[in-house]
Design a protein around this ligand. Sequence first.
Ligand code: ACO
Length: 353
Amino acid sequence: AAMTSGAARERLDMNAYREELEARLGKSREMMRVVLNKAKSNPKRVALAEGEDEKMIRAAYQMQEEGIAEPILVGETTTILRKAEELGLDFDPTIANPRDGEWDHYVDRLYELRQRKGVTNSEAEELVRRDSNYFASVMVEVGDADAMLTGLTHHYPSALRPPLQIIGTADDADYAAGVYMMTFKNRVVFCADTTVNLDPDEEVLAEITKHTADLARQFNVEPRAALLSYSNFGSVTNEGTRKPRDAAALLQDDPEVDFPVDGEMQADTALVEDILEGTYDFAELDGPANVLVFPNLEAGNIGYKLLQRLGGAEAIGPMLVGMDKPVHVLQRGDEVKDIVNLAATAVVDAQEE
Ligand code: ACO
């Protein structure tokens, strides 16, 4: 009997798990549908720096078929066409081959941008012809593409550096940051910074918060932001808790900020309405936070991965915010659906340019 009830319990657990999974996937599809539909209304040109990669080719096919984006595969033409055929994809991709053709104006542009950063003319030539992250970055910078995706086959920092150097940050930004949108059954949170800034000070934290709030709005989510810490509103005072506290104060004093924001606070204070309303009813947040800004990269990167692996959230990202043009650096091992999702968010971003 014990065996039966154990098995029955397991079945119940499995059913509950399946239901939860369905709901979570439903939420994440619902969030992405907003973006995919916006993208399809006016698809933009997205340069895929790793155009010879099979996942990129499959993603390009899907983007083109579904009208989400106009992909440009960067890489050797014969290689890309051969792989597309091997994959059984019947399409006529747009290809930009850095080793072949007239890219002198790209070399000139890269040289112009980097000559006072130690790059010689022949090095510029080498970077454009041999490093597709530089090629794609210049392509976007000169306006031959509207957005760029890379990262599948590179270490994150080395894929990120060329776009930081060539495209740079937007006029209203000094720092780029990586945001993950995490979807749960009935909830969505945007986590930042999860990938770029090692040890942000209060100015950087404030900037990251603003850009992440803007991103939330692209998904039709009204932002409520929390600057996270291990301290609640001065319960511990030191340099580590000061930065998120000062960042919250900077944002509250900023006339441009039109969303509720507060901190520093612990993660459960940010997320549990009873704590917020009970103990900290003076806080500016009128509901649980959906923009979670972590105090440093360790916390942010570890935090979102815990949500994903233990909390069972669906993760969409990392979406790079603060850049002058839409650029997303994928993680190694990301899947075709991740590439397509990030391409769609890049297209929506580009529509607003
Ligand atoms: N925002 C915007 N631009 C930046 C930033 C930033 N946070 N940091 C550096 N830059 C710019 C610099 O101004 C510089 O521009 P310039 O050459 O025109 O003057 C350019 O980027 C390159 O700067 P460097 O100093 O050469 O680059 P650095 O060695 O600082 O690298 C990087 C920058 C790659 C962002 C670095 O800070 C880094 O490695 N961050 C952590 C990345 C990481 O490991 N993430 C965790 C893993 S991600 C994952 O989960 C897979």
